[in-house]
Ligand binder design. Structure first.
Ligand SMILES: *Cc1c(COP(=O)(O)O)cnc(C)c1O
Length: 385
């Protein structure tokens, strides 16, 4: 295996899931999103581990991601969080992937596909847009769409969902917005029941709501980023400890690479494309075999990111290239060729920062830092049972 790799601690992943379970009452189901290759961690292995933890549903964003799970022999129910194109509907149905629907067109498409493929009671979840502005029907249209599902030949409404836009922000406006969304969702569910229809499994809680808003758990929670070991925005470990509901999440991924060269540079020499950095004094420069082709994106170049080598931190210098980047060792670092460099991850692997720290320094979120790692970075699964 290539020395540049993402170490994936499946045991930490499972520990995180079990700790999160402690926040939900008995009988509340759990759906674990493994979309975007499990936020970059490897969908099949994470899905298997989640199922071993007793997770009830998995979730993907594309039909292809769902098919990947089925081809790996995963039998658990799989929810499709984003809309697929009409050409993909048959593929979704033949692989038993459960879609969100919210309009006439999609109800018909899935109804017809289920009929064609001989599925008599095909489950769908009704999506209600209570303020995310993404997918879902208007709350006042929920009962109408539910009737449409009930009146279809081959579909049944297995669940009803909505998604929060600001549950991970604790400023008063955001808190009020989440309350409003939740209230609209409950009203939509009531309107479905008033029609004499069954909303099925009602679910809305993402990571932040799972840890912070137990009243929103309803029948199922859908925690994503926290199962991978990162805080959900303002609902961080410090905030939760302050509330008297502490949790300690462990980052599941460690990104490592190695030093392929160490060379002495004279004061005034430059490093990398565009010569954006010049040595002020004589210094040793290490070359690491990781670049934006691996997902260590070029935008990180000027952010002052440091990497850990043998327990010490060294700054990235110059522009990150496609396949390599350079770090400044100073003099007498003792760093040698083929030493391991840890970009982010768990302390146990020698990391001195997490993906969330990198996200903070570069104006993004932990989700993106792990998700953008490319296929060229092998995932090494450790802590398997
Ligand atoms: C991605 C996603 C989640 C999980 O969100 P986190 O912020 O990672 O907890 C839950 N529900 C839906 C519909 C999603 O798309």
């Amino acid at each position: 295996m290539r020395a540049t790799k993402a170490i994936i601690h499946i045991d930490y992943f499972k520990e995180n899931i079990r700790k999160i379970r402690g926040f939900t009452a008995n009988g509340v189901k759990m759906c674990v999103p493994v979309k975007a290759d499990a936020y970059g961690h490897g969908a099949v292995e994470c899905a298997r581990a989640a199922v071993e933890c007793g997770v009830d549903y998995l979730a993907v964003a594309t039909v292809g991601e769902g098919v990947e799970l089925r081809n790996a022999g995963i039998k658990a129910p799989v929810l499709l969080f984003s809309l697929c194109s009409p050409e993909e509907v048959d593929d979704a149905v033949s692989h038993d992937i459960t879609p969100f629907v919210f309009d006439c067109e999609y109800v018909s498409l899935f109804d017809e596909a289920a009929g064609r493929l001989g599925k008599e009671r095909y489950p769908v979840h009704l999506a209600v847009d209570t303020g995310m502005g993404r997918i879902g029907c208007r709350p006042e249209d929920a009962a109408g769409i539910a009737s449409m599902i009930a009146g279809s030949r081959n579909l049944f409404q297995e669940g009803t969902m909505t998604h929060f836009a600001t549950s991970d922000c604790k400023d008063p406006d955001s808190v009020a917005y989440t309350e409003k969304q939740f209230s609209l969702f409950r009203k939509a569910i009531d309107s479905i029941r008033r029609e004499g229809l069954e909303p099925g499994i009602c679910h809305c809680a993402n990571s932040a709501a799972t840890l912070d808003l137990p009243e929103t758990h309803m029948d199922m929670v859908r925690p994503g980023i926290i199962v991978y070991g990162y805080d959900a925005g303002d609902v961080d470990m410090k905030y939760l400890a302050g509330k008297g509901t502490p949790i300690e999440l462990k980052p599941v991924m460690t990104l490592v690479t190695e030093v392929s060269a160490v060379r002495r540079f004279k004061a005034g020499s430059s490093v990398g494309y565009g010569r954006t950095w010049k040595a002020e004094a004589d210094t040793d420069i290490a070359v690491l075999t990781i670049g934006y082709g691996d997902g260590f994106v070029r935008r990180f170049s000027q952010a002052g990111i440091k990497v850990a080598i043998n327990g010490k931190e060294y700054p990235v210098r110059g522009r990150i290239c496609m396949d390599q980047c350079m770090v400044d060792l100073g003099l007498d670092s003792g760093v040698k060729r083929w030493d391991r460099a840890v970009i982010f991850g768990s302390r146990e692997d020698g990391a001195l920062q997490t993906a969330a720290d990198i996200a903070d320094m570069t104006g993004t979120i932990s989700y993106e830092v792990t998700t953008v790692l490319t296929r060229r970075v092998p995932r090494e699964f450790v802590g398997l049972e």
